[in-house]
Write a protein that binds this ligand. Sequence first.
Ligand code: OGA
Ligand code: NI
Length: 371
Amino acid sequence: MNKNKKDVKVEIKKGSMDEWPEPIVRVQSLAESNLSSLPDRYIKPASQRPTTTEEAPAATNIPIIDLEGLFSEEGTSDDVIMARISEACREWGFFQVLNHGVRPELMDAARESWREFFHLPVNAKETYSNSPRTYEGYGSRLGVEKGAILDWSDYYYLHLLPPRLKDFNKWPSFPPTIREVIDEYGKELVNLSGRIMRVLSSNLGLKEDKFQAAFGGENIGACLRVNYYPKCPRPELALGLSSHSDPGGMTILLPDDQVFGLQVRKDDTWITVKPHPHAFIVNIGDQIQILSNSTYKSVEHRVIVNSEKERVSLAFFYNPKSDIPIQPLQELVSTHSPPLYPPMTFDQYRLFIRTQGPRGKSHVESHVSPR
Ligand code: OGA
Ligand code: NI
């Protein structure tokens, strides 16, 4: 089980995080140059291409859960909804939520503001270019390994919390209302995350604020990655985002309302998520898998692209305070079920993905306690 441990040990050479190993090419520029073929750097090995892995029947979808009533004032919880969330966290690691309390107009405004931003010419966005040290700003790759096969997407990454990392100057200023829209959207998603965290704790028989406390209480981190997947000339050879599990606590995704793309692994098949109008897609990240001692699953997912339509998605990440050790909760371990993971801070943990880029579940699977 531990044989890969040495290979994935994170060693950061001094200075290696200050810049990208190769000049950055914007995927938007490639897409707009009417290429007849796909550049080699985007051609995935045959085993990772979307068409070579078995796909589930088109009607299959991740669970869709209506939260109506769950968050009512009296604090009454609906056992059926709670049980469905519990099963989704254990069996799927992914579910869609309806009646989540965030206004549909705000969801649309957030996504369409970002679409306008990405429609700016590339050179207007270069002032926001990011570096691998913080990832903040406009980016076109994850990971700093030279020669890596890249994903067919550009993105924008920014911090919402903690307050000391939230810096409007690092956010886009076009379209003119984008900052206030992101700000309001971020606050709503922090609230929604807090409510879902209470459900996740209760469902494990814990006090409802247990997960939140383990995340550092008020001092949690929250950030947004907006993904822009341009049209791709050879979608069968590429991926918009390679298979990965999310390193943080929990993710709330607002998908494109017109274009499919997200695929979730269920056993050995890939399920293409069919988004319900104005639903959010919630998924468990590695830190909650670790806290729950693997009762809840942080599941692999990836994004496929197409030649007809671009796609925009907003991934909101709800994370533990970055410098406190995260390990299985004491209440969930015993001699019969020993802790599966040693303590590690999220700052340390996320270096895996920041240096190596998306690599399925290898990060959390190599982070296991010695036997
Ligand atoms: C992510 C992610 C999925 C999507 O940003 O981590 O998995 O549909 N995004 O863009
Ligand atoms: Ni993800």
